[in-house]
Design a protein around this ligand. Structure first.
Ligand SMILES: [Zn+2]
Length: 177
């Protein structure tokens, strides 16, 4: 979720130009892990009612993902079944359970996009100023709690990412010490 501002809309336009889940892994990801991440997110989308949504996966530094210690951040595009999903740079190092929870959390957000937009886009015209900011911030916090509670309630019904096992290194033949 995000505060409504011109900057956010500009960011969003920028993100749309980014190719969907680039086939080549970013430098801090192993290619096979990146491929599994894309497969897992697409599978979760299908399970969570986002079959007809396009998710644009971006890799970012932690600071760029969102405020504070955000693990991931999703930004639905106004009027389209499309969203950009950003993951923090150390996402792969987190526990599989934490990865599962944070992805499910983010993939619940698109479901309240249209309801949220009544507050986000329609009310500023009639409220404006501080009254709107207070309303928006309280609404946003409550929606975050709701989404997180739902994610916690359902996460264990889904498998964790099936990361490829690290290849065993061949033991060097040599003299015993
Ligand atoms: Zn959230």
């Amino acid at each position: 979720m995000t505060n409504p501002s011109v900057n956010d809309i500009e960011d969003e336009r920028e993100a749309i130009r980014t190719p969907d889940a680039p086939p080549k892994a970013p430098s801090h990801w192993k290619q096979e892990d990146w491929d599994e991440l894309k497969r897992y997110i697409r599978w979760l989308c299908d399970q969570l009612g986002l079959r007809d949504w396009e998710i644009i996966l971006l890799h970012e530094t932690t600071a760029e993902v969102g405020e504070g210690d955000a693990i991931a951040y999703i930004h639905p595009t106004d009027g389209q079944r499309r969203a950009t999903l950003r993951l923090c740079s150390d996402f792969r190092e987190m526990s599989p359970e934490k990865q599962r929870h944070s992805l499910i959390h983010e993939l619940i957000h698109p479901h309240h996009r249209d309801a949220t937009d009544i507050i986000r886009l329609t009310l500023p015209r009639s409220f404006g100023g501080v009254a709107y900011e207070v309303l928006w911030e309280n609404f946003r916090q409550q929606v975050e709690l709701m989404v997180d509670n739902i994610a916690t309630a359902i996460a264990e019904q889904y498998p964790v990412p099936d990361w490829p096992k690290p290849k065993k290194r061949k033991e060097k033949k040599g003299k015993k010490p």
